[in-house]
Design a protein around this ligand. Structure first.
Ligand code: KG4
Ligand code: ZN
Length: 356
């Protein structure tokens, strides 16, 4: 079976081909056309501009993806198309959905609409040698942290999810990006902050919003405001200090640790409360190496009761943590029962607020 997958929920145009043979996944191609250069100059993603870029990138990404996967006759070789239909930026989602519909009619193959958040979770199953996990991974706790989302999800099984908590305002990645902007760093801020923070021990001078609340929710907008006030205050004392690389690096380490601390506290609590066997990380922020290191450490250190074993830790390689179409193909595979026939694809709608 071969699946062609399309991802356009935010600012990356992704097209991938995934093969499933004798119960094994094989990535035949994974094309991601990044729009970072376009959005960099504005310090964030503008949906209408992102949409225009997707429209431009999609045909090229398709050609490259088919070529790399050595697909000569998609009509015959591709079994179905998987496409993200939410959540995400509505104009961007529609570009992918409409493109999938056109290909479906052209090649006369069905379309499977895919939830972007579910795909961040399920891409982790690519790592297991066989897509049917050898060990029982469930129940699992998934932390999906990206530029648009921060959700803590109980995964009772594949396709059985419950959102335990989520951010009440900004997403964790958004917080990285906004703090980076305040510090005069480029977009996207997450990778730049994590690079600058390397080797610096944070002094924990920033607040940890909602870290002590008894729910699984998050809030990051106060952290961004705290950074803004701190930088303003320090610049009235000496502006050159605030502009120095040393100051930016110090603040980067503070921001990174404050975000990690709240994510870690609530996630470990959920793992204990639900006696989870696995921790699944996903989304762009999970590409953060320091975050991964501290989560791994916390899993080995936390006490889960005398008989409990240390939970498994599943986190995709960095290129599959950030948005890509391979993850859409994997989620499409597990949702292949939702195939929409070529004659009925007009019923597929993009939904910016789609819930898992
Ligand atoms: O999942 P993703 O590619 O797109 C969305 O669905 O939003 O995530 C992008 C987000 C951005 O906010 C970016 O700053 C953040 O992920 N990010 C990181 C790192 N790499 C990407 N944040 C922290 N550390 C990183 N290494
Ligand atoms: Zn994402």
């Amino acid at each position: 079976m071969k699946i062609l997958a399309i991802e356009t929920s935010c600012d990356d145009t992704g097209i991938a081909v995934l093969e499933i043979k004798s119960g094994r996944f094989k990535v035949l191609s994974n094309i991601v056309a990044s729009q970072i250069e376009v959005h960099k100059q504005y310090g964030g993603v503008f949906p209408m501009m992102a949409k225009r870029e997707h429209l431009k990138n999609l045909p090229i990404a398709l050609e490259n993806s088919l070529k790399e996967a050595k697909i000569l006759n998609p009509k015959k070789e591709i079994n179905f198309i998987a496409v993200t239909n939410g959540p995400g930026l509505e104009p961007c989602l529609w570009t992918g959905v409409n493109f999938a519909k056109e290909l479906s009619k052209l090649w006369n193959i069905p379309v499977v609409p895919v939830n972007h958040i579910e795909s961040h979770i399920l891409v982790n199953l690519l790592q297991t040698k066989n897509y049917k996990p050898q060990t029982n991974l469930f129940p699992a706790i998934a932390l999906i942290v990206s530029g648009g989302h921060t959700q803590l999800i109980l995964v009772r099984n594949i396709k059985k999810y419950k959102i335990l908590g989520e951010t009440r305002d900004d997403a964790a990645g958004e917080c990285f990006d906004k703090c980076a902007k305040i510090l005069g760093l480029e977009y996207p801020g997450g990778p730049i902050i994590s690079k600058l923070a390397e080797g610096i021990v944070p002094q924990n001078i920033l607040p940890r919003p909602m870290i002590h609340t008894k729910d699984y929710d998050f809030s990051f907008s106060g952290l961004k405001t705290a950074v803004l006030y701190k930088v303003k205050k320090d610049s009235t004392v000496d502006q050159s200090v605030v502009l120095s690389k040393k100051y930016k690096a110090k603040m980067a380490a503070e921001v990174q640790q404050a975000i990690i601390d709240v994510l870690l506290k609530k996630t470990i609590q959920a793992i204990k409360d639900y006696k989870a066997k696995t921790l699944i990380l996903g989304g762009g922020v999970s590409a953060n190496q320091e975050l991964r290191r501290q989560f791994k450490l916390a899993l080995s250190e936390a006490k889960y009761g005398s008989t409990a074993v240390e939970p498994y830790f599943l986190c995709p390689p960095a290129d599959l943590s950030t948005d890509n179409a391979v993850m859409i193909a994997v989620a499409g595979y597990f949702n292949r029962n939702k195939k929409v026939a070529p004659g009925k694809v007009a019923t597929i709608k993009a939904n910016a607020n789609l819930r898992i």
